[in-house]
Design a protein around this ligand. Structure first.
Ligand SMILES: *[C@@H]1O[C@H](CO)[C@@H](O)[C@H](O)[C@H]1NC(C)=O
Ligand SMILES: *[C@@H]1O[C@H](CO)[C@@H](O)[C@H](O)[C@H]1NC(C)=O
Ligand SMILES: *[C@@H]1O[C@H](CO)[C@@H](O)[C@H](O)[C@H]1NC(C)=O
Ligand SMILES: *[C@@H]1O[C@H](CO)[C@@H](O)[C@H](O)[C@H]1NC(C)=O
Ligand SMILES: *[C@@H]1O[C@H](CO)[C@@H](O)[C@H](O)[C@H]1NC(C)=O
Ligand SMILES: *[C@@H]1O[C@H](CO)[C@@H](O)[C@H](O)[C@H]1NC(C)=O
Ligand SMILES: *[C@@H]1O[C@H](CO)[C@@H](O)[C@H](O)[C@H]1NC(C)=O
Length: 832
């Protein structure tokens, strides 16, 4: 009787004991003593005592539980170390978490929430790495509100306006000492809120303001927006920022290191270590205010150079690097800046100046923003706010500090200059355009006093006729797409407020230039291409779009306008457009060297492309496609990437053509076009071919085919008598599996020595790009990374591929099914 009663209760006690110690909670009865840990439910994080680096002191902290390297993400008693193993973390009678040791009665650390009843208190280490103290089920304290040096996913930085609590990161003193260091990462709410790295109270580096997609000074964030999701809130309750990974199985974190560098890290399982994928500051130009007020920091060939914003000159050339404000630039002419015919000069691709002296106005377009700035004589510059928040206007009232030039990304700012300066910039621009031979009409309306309109017209081609169809003549006159890529790029902005627009060519000019479309260069998916020469000698390629585009003229113009803004060294440059009745034409720079297929598939010309050149082409194309996918504001899927769409310039640098054309056609028309086009077939991803599904990963697929073609010198669809049943992809896969990957390498490369490792790496990347499932293919960002770094690569699985049946008919294999091409994808095999 007695025994029967006690046995279950003993079992119960044993059970409870085990249950509790292996669990993720601390209760009044279950404190943590040194040597004891708590692990979160998914076992990602652990809470307990540790000694950092070479230190023998004990600290209570949270670290990653599953990975081999001890990575502490939070420390409780960072300023009060324990010199032995007597530490105990418990919940005290007031319901606070307290850390004690055997020597002191006052706690070393405690949560300091106001006294509350003790029953129903529990602290729990959540799977997110957050230690939370619950009273009767509601969270009253959490470690995420008191971060140390690590920004975990979902941890909010910033100000809670209701409680006044500001959450920020502070560095450790050293890797052996988690004591509060000199550096911090915090959101400064002054003016328009910005994220800073501080050293003490002095700004060390400015990440900028939130532009809707990322911090304005960190263009990188826009590229990885697909890996991370960000949350930014700025309202009456809070200003906060946090991030998360889209795919939760990846371990990534952000750490402020002991010398004030903020690193974004990703856990690399194979290598057993953290790898950095982004860091701030990146270079010296990121040092806050390096070039002083009105300075602009430029990095050229790794060297730092300070320049002045338009209208300013160095205070003293020797004092550039003085951070005490005595360096920097001053106005060339102090007297001439208020209602004196002044205007604005655009400075492109920069990190906008410190917005703690800026104001934001919603619902103002760029023109209204300019007017707003012009109206107030103390306004020094204006800009549109950002990537997605286009209609917000930023105006600066005070010194323009901490501007820098970005090689990629960044934004335009418009700097107030006097009338003289404005005229000089207009002249500079005029010269540039004259040299380029582009027709430009600039409209300058003299600001407030005299409102006369001066029309400059530099028509080197021929004087332009009025565009009769739509009367939108002025809209497409001046050019933003034809200025050279010198940094910083500064353009005169007309004072009428309209944006610079794409040049419009009239039909007579084009007919004359192309000798009435007599010199056809080729035919592609979206129309035919003709060679031409403008009367000033500039050679052009005119793409006459097939008539299937379902767009109206205005829509068309808008799209062309957007496409013309895409500028990258690996994209063909668009000079302008022309509309004549039903005909729509695009005018491109002409590249004399023809397309990649002209070289790569021809025995006699293959020799011209050695491995070094081919690798540069592979890399260049990847960067161009990445730009289309991530870096440009438009996010463009090319849809028709292939060797004949890669043009080569005089130095054999690749330039992608036909990008953005898909945007000019409606969806069903693209389907129609792709079905007709000869040559697209071998590049099509299975999901597009089968289901019409198109994404950036379909471009990745086409790019993978392209890599393999460049390496092998064979077309994917080419018949190979050595393995008649397989196409190129099938063949590469077969050889790769047999460990004979190098067998596919173009014979003409074998004449010279070539780096086997690098080629094998490229083959592997090619195979990864043509994986059957889009999710298994890398993104272009990853491709560029893999090409540029010698990191280990995943093993490719069997790619999607096409093989030939005995009858010579092609079949597409996906997911183990075989179906005749005629059933699946209509015609268009023949002819290839
Ligand atoms: C640890 O510190 C306490 C006082 O804080 C001191 O009494 C004790 O001797 C120290 N122990 C060791 C091993 O240094
Ligand atoms: C605890 O909180 C109170 C009230 O917020 C504050 O005055 C006190 O300084 C805090 N104590 C510690 C040790 O932080
Ligand atoms: C922190 O600042 C102090 C005072 O400026 C300096 O002595 C110390 O070396 C700095 N520590 C680090 C880790 O930079
Ligand atoms: C997340 O990543 C893992 C490992 O990289 C992968 O197996 C999984 O399919 C991914 N999940 C999603 C939804 O992308
Ligand atoms: C912090 O990061 C920077 C940049 O990566 C590095 O140069 C520096 O050595 C790091 N500091 C420490 C203390 O590890
Ligand atoms: C400054 O501007 C005023 C008004 O435009 C002009 O009269 C004066 O000559 C200019 N001074 C210099 C040094 O350019
Ligand atoms: C110009 O802007 C500043 C800063 O916002 C403001 O203090 C000042 O009153 C404005 N002046 C005029 C004339 O609007």
């Amino acid at each position: 009787m007695n025994r029967a009663k006690t046995l279950p209760s003993i079992l119960l006690i044993v059970f409870i004991h085990q249950f509790c110690t292996s669990l993720d909670t601390i209760t009044i009865n279950q404190p943590i003593v040194d040597g004891n840990i708590r692990v979160s439910t998914g076992e990602t994080f652990a809470l307990g005592f540790f000694s950092p680096g070479k230190s023998s002191y004990r600290y209570l902290g949270i670290w990653y539980n599953k990975i081999s390297e001890k990575s502490v993400v939070w420390v409780a008693n960072r300023d009060s170390p324990i010199n032995d193993t007597s530490g105990v973390l418990s919940i005290n009678s007031h319901g606070n978490l307290v850390l004690n040791n055997r020597y002191q009665t006052t706690p070393l650390w405690f949560t300091n929430v106001s006294a509350l009843p003790t029953n129903n208190c529990i602290a729990q280490l959540l799977e997110s790495g957050n230690l939370v103290l619950f009273h009767s089920g509601s969270a009253i304290w959490q470690s995420f509100e008191h971060p140390t040096n690590t920004l975990l996913p979902n941890l909010k930085l910033g100000l809670d306006r209701r409680t006044g609590l500001n959450r920020f990161l502070t560095s450790w003193k050293s890797s052996d000492d988690p004591d509060t260091g000199n550096f911090s990462v915090r959101i400064n709410p002054e003016g328009y809120p910005q994220l800073f790295i501080y050293e003490g109270h002095v700004p060390k580096c400015r990440a900028g303001y939130w532009n809707g997609v990322g911090w304005s000074g960190v263009p990188f964030m826009q590229k990885v927006g697909f890996i991370f999701s960000y949350s930014y809130v700025n309202n009456e309750n809070e200003i906060s920022y946090s991030w998360n990974v889209v795919n939760g199985s990846i371990l990534t974190t952000g750490v402020l290191n002991e010398s004030g560098f903020f690193h974004r890290l990703k856990w690399h399982e194979d290598k057993g270590r953290w790898e950095e994928f982004a860091s701030l500051p990146r270079d010296q130009c990121d040092s806050y205010g390096l070039c002083g007020a009105y300075g602009n920091c430029v990095r050229r060939n790794g060297e730092i150079d300070c320049t002045c914003l338009p209208g300013y000159q160095p205070k003293s050339p020797q004092e550039w690097y003085r951070k005490d404000g005595s360096g920097g630039c001053v106005r060339k002419n102090q007297t001439a800046l208020c209602r004196n015919g002044e205007g604005f000069v655009e400075v492109t691709n920069v990190k906008a100046p410190d917005t703690s002296v800026a104001r934001v106005l919603a619902n103002l377009d760029l023109k209204a923003c300019k007017d707003e700035c012009l109206r107030n004589c103390s306004c020094t510059a204006y800009a549109s706010m950002g990537v997605t928040e286009g209609s917000r206007c930023l105006t600066w009232y005070g010194d323009l500090l901490d501007t820098r030039v970005f090689t990629e990304g960044g934004q335009s700012i418009y700097v107030r200059v006097d009338a003289l300066e404005l005229a000089q910039y207009a002249n500079k621009r005029k010269d540039l355009l004259a040299r380029k031979g582009i027709l430009v009409i600039m409209i300058l309306s003299v600001a407030t006093a005299v409102s006369s309109v001066v029309l400059f017209s530099y028509c080197l081609v021929r004087r332009q006729k009025r565009l009769s169809q739509n009367g939108q003549h002025e809209m497409f006159t001046s050019s933003s797409s034809t200025l050279p890529d010198d940094h910083p790029r500064e353009k005169e902005l007309d004072r009428s407020g309209s944006d610079p627009h794409l040049p419009f060519f009239d039909i007579d000019t084009i007919v004359e230039a192309t000798d009435n479309f007599s010199n056809k260069l080729g035919e592609g998916g979206f129309g035919s291409v003709y060679k031409g020469q403008l009367s000033n000698g500039q050679e052009i390629a005119v793409k006459r779009l097939s008539k299937q585009s379902g767009q109206g003229i205005k829509e068309f113009m808008n799209e062309v306008q957007l496409i013309s803004k895409l500028q990258h060294r690996n994209l063909v440059r668009l000079f302008g457009c022309c509309i004549h009745k039903e005909d729509k034409m695009l005018i491109y720079e002409y590249l004399p060297n023809k397309s990649l297929d002209y070289f790569i598939f021809e025995k006699s010309r293959k020799q011209l492309l050695d491995w070094k050149k081919r690798f540069e082409i592979i890399f260049g194309v990847a960067r161009g496609v990445l730009y289309l996918h991530q870096d440009s504001r438009l996010k463009i899927i090319h849809r028709d990437l292939k060797a004949s769409n890669i043009l080569l310039d005089a130095s054999m640098e690749p330039k992608i053509s036909d990008f953005g054309l898909a945007k000019l056609f409606k969806e069903h028309q693209i389907e129609a076009i792709t079905k007709q086009v000869v040559g697209t077939y071998g590049y099509m991803s299975p999901e597009y071919a089968m289901d019409g599904l198109y994404s950036v990963k379909s471009d990745v697929f086409s790019y993978g085919v392209l890599i393999l073609e460049i390496i092998s010198g064979k077309k994917n669809t080419e018949y190979d008598k050595e393995s008649p049943s397989l196409n190129l992809i099938g063949n590469v896969w077969k050889l790769w599996r047999e460990g004979k990957g190098l067998d596919i390498v173009d014979y003409s490369l074998l004449e010279h020595s070539y780096p086997c490792e690098e080629i094998l790496r490229c083959i592997q990347i090619g195979l990864l790009c043509i994986q059957e499932h889009p999710a298994d293919r890398p993104t272009m960002l990853e491709v560029v990374f893999m090409l540029g770094n010698e990191t280990s690569l995943p093993s490719p699985k069997k790619p999607a591929f096409v093989f030939r049946t005995q009858s010579g008919q092609e079949s597409l294999i996906t997911r183990g099914e075989v179906c005749s091409i005629n059933d699946c994808i209509i015609t268009m095999i023949e002819g290839r």
